[in-house]
Ligand binder design. Structure first.
Ligand code: ZN
Length: 201
């Protein structure tokens, strides 16, 4: 059966989202078709605002309000710029901020290396990280990518890239479930992993 174009294109759009297959995409599209007017309207507005009202910090690539060059963490003079916590995405920043146990700054890669998906070093924010480190203020880089295959591969790559920089490079300590996602780690586990970080040699 051929679907009318507006439904078909909504299904295609949903299918491009992570974790959504054709079945879920169809279910969501038909749900919205039947739903009261305000539900799709609210969704449409939120999607428009997402891109127009949010920017990325030019220093660390965390999220910030549109029009602002730097995020709250980079703007805060009380934060310690000598320690950088390198994470995959802004949600990880949120997780660390919730622990209340980290006073350094962040660097958001906005992705992880993944040869399978064709994501190489130039596709994520690795070059800006190396530039930040080369400016000399940073003394320790904590590689806080997920303990997954991509997270480990990215950490290893960064370790190699930072080898000549002279900065201390550490990786989050044990306690995080292997293959897990930092985003879902509870605050205590994350704090323990942060405090138990180990030198990467
Ligand atoms: Zn920032």
């Amino acid at each position: 059966m051929l679907l009318p174009e507006p439904i078909e294109s909504l299904i295609v759009a949903f299918e491009r989202l992570p974790g959504i297959g054709p079945k879920t995409a169809s279910r969501l599209a038909f749900f919205l078709l039947r739903a009261p007017e305000e539900i799709p309207a609210q969704l449409a507005e939120a999607l428009t605002d997402l891109k127009s009202k949010i920017d990325f910090c030019q220093e660390c690539f965390n999220i910030t309000a549109a029009g602002r060059d730097r995020c709250d963490v980079c703007d805060d003079p009380r934060r310690d710029g000598s320690v950088l916590c390198v994470v995959e995405d802004p949600l990880d920043v949120l997780s660390f901020e919730r622990t209340g146990g980290f006073n350094g700054r962040y660097h958001v890669l906005q992705g992880l290396l993944s040869p399978i998906e064709g994501i190489g070093p130039d596709d994520i924010n690795i070059r800006p990280l190396l530039e930040r480190v080369s400016r000399g203020e940073v003394r320790e880089v904590i590689l806080a990518t997920n303990p997954s295959m991509e997270g480990d591969a990215t950490a290893l790559y960064l370790r190699q890239q930072l080898r000549l920089s002279g900065v201390r490079v550490t990786r989050l300590g044990l306690g995080l479930p292997v293959g897990g996602d930092l985003e879902y780690a509870d605050q205590n586990t994350l704090l323990r992993a942060l405090l138990g970080r180990q030198e990467l040699s």
